[in-house]
Design a protein around this ligand. Structure first.
Ligand code: KIV
Ligand code: NA
Length: 264
């Protein structure tokens, strides 16, 4: 069996060949992504994408574990990173360890991701010193939607830049192996990338990040309301609609199933 890419191997890619990543929540799509991605994120965006929630706040731990298992089963090469959902890690390093260990034991993923900068540094150190590789996530952190007052691009005001740079340095010094930088103005993303010795993974950030990530369903054209930072690489929405409407017609006029599709 092919050995998977490891968290230390991702960390070692700082300043090197760009790191390729997408989200996946689903065995069959993960198997395709696995051929091209260095790591696959089982993001808590699955609450919105798979389950129609308005935000990621309501995503339960068990749902992350269920989709994490599906993606691990469907893949063999990429590092699998599973998001820690809101409410499972913020309270204390001990609480975070308990839930991160549960995610790792039940899914066999290779790392977890959590949101927050300096305030999460102690927790990142606690986990990574105890066998759990942690990917950090700063900038626009969707689990803070209620305190941010919406999904807002960060760093439009240059006065806030130093706080974000300090967050990046804090998580890197605490032992995070990589850092997602989401929804920040381009020059701030570049400053963050220059300030830390771990790879930055950009989403709505900058081409100069050490890697990029997108939500798979967004880049496949399945999300009717994609943000500006998403580039649509495949128009699956209309393709699925054509297939479903053709099937509906053929069921109604009894041209499906044909003799090829039944057992004699
Ligand atoms: O949940 C998610 O999909 C994410 C990525 C967008 C980074 O956290
Ligand atoms: Na997420």
């Amino acid at each position: 069996p092919i050995r998977r890419i490891t968290a230390p191997q991702i960390r070692a890619r700082k300043g090197g060949e760009p790191i390729v990543s997408l989200t996946s929540y689903h065995a069959h799509t993960a198997a395709i992504v696995d051929k091209y991605a260095d790591f696959i994120l089982v993001g808590d965006s699955l609450g919105m994408v798979m389950h129609g929630m308005d935000s990621t706040i309501g995503v339960p731990l068990d749902l992350m574990i269920m989709h994490g298992k599906a993606v691990v089963r469907g893949t063999q090469a990429a590092l699998i990173v599973v998001d820690m959902p809101f409410g499972t890690y913020e309270e204390s390093p001990q609480m975070a360890f308990r839930h991160a260990a549960k995610i790792m034991k039940e899914t066999a993923c290779g790392a977890v991701k959590l949101e927050g900068g300096a305030r999460m540094a102690e927790t990142i150190r606690f986990l990574s010193e105890r066998g759990i590789p942690v990917m950090a996530h700063i900038g626009l952190t969707p689990q803070s939607v209620n305190t941010m007052g919406g999904f807002k691009v960060q760093g439009r005001d240059e006065a806030a830049w130093q706080t974000h740079i300090d967050d990046a340095i804090a998580v890197a010094e605490a032992g995070a192996f990589a850092l997602v930088v989401e929804g920040v103005v381009e020059e701030l993303a570049d400053r963050i990338t220059a300030a830390v010795d771990i790879p930055t993974i950009g989403i709505g950030a900058s081409k100069n990040c050490d890697g990029q990530i997108l939500v798979l369903e967004d880049m496949l054209g399945l999300n009717p309301r994609v943000p500006k930072f998403v580039k649509i690489y495949g128009d699956l929405g209309p393709a699925i609609e054509r297939a479903v409407s053709a099937y509906a017609e053929e069921v109604k006029d009894r041209s499906f199933p044909t003799s090829d599709n039944v057992y004699k």
